[in-house]
Every structure is written in structure tokens, then in C-alpha cells.
Design a protein. Structure first.
Length: 231
């Protein structure tokens, strides 16, 4: 299960702010449209050229999908016709001996945004991002900066399971060692109790925060893994 959240007005994000890789700012302003070739795998036969339609509708919708090995975007019009699409693998960055997923995701997000043709940006009215379910990031609630490495969707925290099961309804989705709630409890027991300002975000929540700057925004699909019950 993946979740997505939208941010409006998207055209403001895409056309009025400057993104600098060197300075690490959150937004960008491209200089010229271009055609690029990208792939989720480093194999020429799998490369797919960015497709751009010349007859874009006035209202366009951007969706970004962050998977396990890379990310992609598609821009559609109100009828569902794809106006542009592209994909990129996650670059390999290391933090010591571990993969620096935060840096990889951030770099990929802004690389994909830079790949959006300039002639389409002004017509994008909504941006949605989805990510791998139960991928969890604990951040400083004042700055949004990660306090701990991301806990990936397939990571298990069995040490937290007894505590979670003691308070959760039987067979609830959080009664799994890989649930967001188990990851949160495990982190808290290990390192979090000495933190004065912490906030749990899912992967999609954090990526969207890089765009809209609002912490604490999520969707019920992701929140379900943290014990939220929409019923």
C-alpha cells in the first residue's frame, strides 16, 4: 500500500523558486526545456526517452512514484492522457558504510522536477507523491531534519511488537513487526526518549515537506500503519 498527498498551487513551486544543488535549497527554476533519457536500471536496452506531448491541456497533474530502486513521474491532463513521463535510479550515496537514503531520495526528487519540460510547468495545478508503505523517517519537529536514518518498508522491529500488541486491536495492521508504529516504538526505546522535539513522517510526507514546507501533513493510507483507524 502506498499513500499520496497533493500540494497546490503546484505551478508556483515549479516556476517561481530557485533550486541549487550546491546550497541544498528546496526549489528550482529551469532555464530551458530539454529531452532526456533515463532508466531505473543501468542498462541501455531499458532506457526510455522522455515523452512530451505538444498539445498539453490547461490543467495538468503531476504524480511522482518513489519505489525501491528508483523514482518516476507522469504528467497527465484531466482526461488521463500522459503529457510527459520520465524515471531515474536512486544515486548511491554512503553515510559511513550505510546507504544515505535521505540524500538519494532528495537528489532524485529534484532531478525529476528539473526534467519536467518548461512549457508544461505553468499548467500543473497539483503534485502528488507516493512512496513505499511504512518507510519511516523521524525528524526534528522544528527543522524537519532527520534525527535517525530512515527505517525502510521491509525492516522489522520485533522488539516493539509486544508493546504494540498490548494496546492495538487484534489483527490491526500495526500488529506487524514492520509496521510504522513498531518502528516508532523501537526507535523510542533505543534512542528517542532523550529527544525533546521529534516528529514521525512517512517517506511521501517528508518528500512533500521539501516542496510545501509544512510538517505534520499525511494521508490515511500511511497513517493506518501508525495506528490510525479511519472507521
Amino acid at each position: 500500500m502506498v499513500g499520496a498527498v497533493s500540494v497546490n498551487p503546484a505551478s508556483t513551486i515549479l516556476s517561481s523558486l530557485t533550486y541549487s544543488r550546491k546550497l541544498g535549497n528546496r526549489f528550482f527554476l529551469g532555464n530551458k526545456p530539454r529531452t532526456v533519457s533515463m532508466s531505473l536500471k543501468n542498462e541501455n536496452r531499458n532506457k526510455k526517452q522522455l515523452e512530451v506531448s505538444t498539445g498539453a491541456a490547461e490543467r495538468l497533474y503531476l504524480g511522482l512514484d518513489f519505489g525501491t530502486s528508483g523514482a518516476r513521474f507522469a504528467i497527465i491532463d484531466i482526461g488521463g492522457t500522459i503529457q510527459a513521463e520520465a524515471k531515474r535510479p536512486y544515486p548511491l550515496y554512503l553515510n559511513g558504510e550505510s546507504h544515505d537514503w535521505v540524500r538519494s531520495w532528495k537528489e532524485t526528487l529534484f532531478s525529476l522536477l528539473e526534467d519536467i519540460p518548461l512549457n508544461l510547468r505553468k499548467d500543473i495545478v497539483s503534485i502528488s507523491i507516493d512512496g513505499t508503505s511504512a518507510t519511516t523517517i523521524i525528524v526534528d519537529s522544528d527543522t524537519g531534519e532527520p534525527l535517525w536514518r530512515p527505517l525502510l518498508y521491509n525492516e522489522s522491529c520485533p522488539d516493539a511488537l509486544p508493546a504494540v500488541k498490548s494496546i492495538a486491536p487484534p489483527n490491526h495492521t500495526v500488529c506487524s513487526a514492520s509496521s510504522t508504529l513498531c518502528k516508532l516504538v523501537s526507535w523510542w526505546n533505543r534512542d528517542g526518549s532523550n529527544k525533546k522535539s521529534a516528529l514521525l513522517l512517512h517517506q511521501a510526507d517528508w518528500l512533500l515537506w521539501l516542496l510545501h514546507g509544512k510538517l505534520g501533513v499525511s494521508d490515511y493510507n500511511n497513517a493506518l500503519k501508525a495506528s490510525f483507524n479511519k472507521l
